[in-house]
Write a protein that binds this ligand. Structure first.
Ligand SMILES: Nc1ncnc2c1ncn2[C@@H]1O[C@H](COP(=O)(O)OP(=O)(O)OP(=O)(O)O)[C@@H](O)[C@H]1O
Ligand SMILES: [Mg+2]
Length: 389
């Protein structure tokens, strides 16, 4: 890739949400031309990329035609048409991460089976075709409550996941082929983003801890460094390293894990791309997750993942009760908080809990960063010009 910077190299990115936008911005630093395909003309990446193509990532023709226009294909989502990327690969297009890896990851059943086959710690699971089969298994005492049901394909942001704790919850089971796993008694949710280049060099970002809002059951902030002890951090990093090397993935892999109440770490799921839990790296780590993805897919040496300053990342979500043209209230006051860095994704319409942007707050220690993040969170409200009826 010696000629990358001067070669008019065209990087194709499938989907142009906020992750795609930040990847485009990182690629612009190296003067790489970026082409983005997304369903929405006004997606976040559309305004910053070199070329935009409207298309559906799950549609064979759209993905195939887009692939034919670029020199390399990468992704901001895993739900893409596998047949199209396999055909493009067979015809010689460079695709990172590889379609075979995407195929495993986009099916939560195959993904779990992969962990089990590779002795990667993950909660015990079974696969079911229908809701009736699950009910039958419970009735016959082949399956005991509580458990978590996840649709094998198509879920995201918690959609496609049902926690079944009591017999009455069985009414909420989701239709379709699913994976059912033991409920983990979670102490903390953590994430490690690993990167691997074509020579097999691997580097991991520091462990990030997700802090939940108990009332809303939503991730409220992500903190780095996490509060887990050194040995647990090393173990989490070792697990993420094992997963990415077992997959032989060239690119980035975000490994979501649970630390249970007995101190054991379990892999929940992985995403073969940049991730919400790595946004803070733009400001807090020597190499951002977006630059690292580029280094990995172009087979350069991976950049330093050293944490420069403690950081808290908060998602800026649309306020519940408002839907319509977005309005930012309290922006001036929140900008005055020392160490805050804002990223607005350019989404024109706000909806309850929609990710409209994020803020990273840097401070000399993590407690100060948490304190400041809470101030920003209280000051900035993302509403809409019209209240929901
Ligand atoms: N086995 C489990 N035991 C306990 N809680 C679980 C389990 N699996 C999932 N959860 C809870 O449900 C959340 C969402 O699950 P998961 O990450 O698998 O779904 P997702 O739709 O891919 O979510 P996202 O896109 O937000 O990552 C987890 O972050 C965790 O809080
Ligand atoms: Mg998840």
């Amino acid at each position: 890739m010696e000629n990358l910077v001067i070669s008019d190299f065209k990087l194709g990115i499938i989907a142009g949400g906020q992750l795609g936008k930040m990847l485009v911005l990182a690629a612009a630093n190296w003067d790489i031309q970026t082409f983005v395909m997304d369903r929405e003309d006004h997606c976040p990446a559309a305004s910053v990329c070199n070329g935009f193509f409207k298309g559906d990532p799950l549609n064979f023709e759209d993905v195939y035609r887009f692939g034919k226009k670029v020199d390399m294909l990468t992704f901001e989502i895993e739900n893409v048409n596998i047949e199209a990327v396999k055909k493009l690969k067979a015809e010689g297009l460079r695709i990172n991460p590889d379609p075979d890896v995407l195929e495993i990851i986009q099916d939560k059943g195959l993904q779990k089976q992969f962990y089990a086959d590779k002795d990667i710690p993950t909660s015990p699971f079974r696969l079911f075709e229908t809701v009736e089969e699950i009910r039958e298994a419970v009735k016959n005492k082949n399956l005991t409550l509580p458990f978590v049901q996840k649709l094998r394909t198509g879920g995201y942001d918690g959609r496609g996941v049902e926690v079944i704790k009591t017999a009455s919850n069985l009414d909420h089971l989701l239709e379709g082929p699913s994976m059912v796993e033991d409920l983990v008694q979670i102490d903390k949710e953590i994430s490690v983003i690993a990167a691997r280049n074509g020579q097999g060099e691997i580097k991991c970002f520091p462990v990030v801890e997700m802090i939940f809002n108990e009332k809303a059951n939503l991730v409220e902030k992500l903190i780095c460094p996490s509060s887990i002890d050194d040995q647990q951090q090393q173990e989490a990093i070792a697990i993420a390293t094992r997963v990415i090397s077992a997959l032989k993935l060239q690119g980035l892999l975000a490994v979501e894990m649970f630390l249970d109440q007995d101190g054991k770490i379990w892999v929940n799921e992985s995403a073969p791309r940049t991730h919400n839990s790595g946004h803070h790296t733009i400001e807090s780590v020597i190499t951002s997750q977006f630059e690292q993805q580029l280094r990995a897919i172009f087979n350069f040496s991976l950049g330093s993942t050293h944490l420069k300053l403690p950081a808290v990342m908060i998602n800026l979500l649309g306020e519940p009760g408002y839907e319509g043209e977005v309005k930012y209230e309290g922006l001036t006051e929140s900008m005055s908080v020392e160490g805050v860095k804002f990223h607005f994704y350019g989404k024109k319409i706000s909806k309850p809990f929609r990710k409209m942007g994020h803020a990273t707050i840097l401070a000399s220690n993590i407690d100060k960063a948490i304190e400041k993040a809470d101030i920003v969170k209280n000051k900035l409200k993302i509403t809409a010009w019209k209240k929901q009826p």
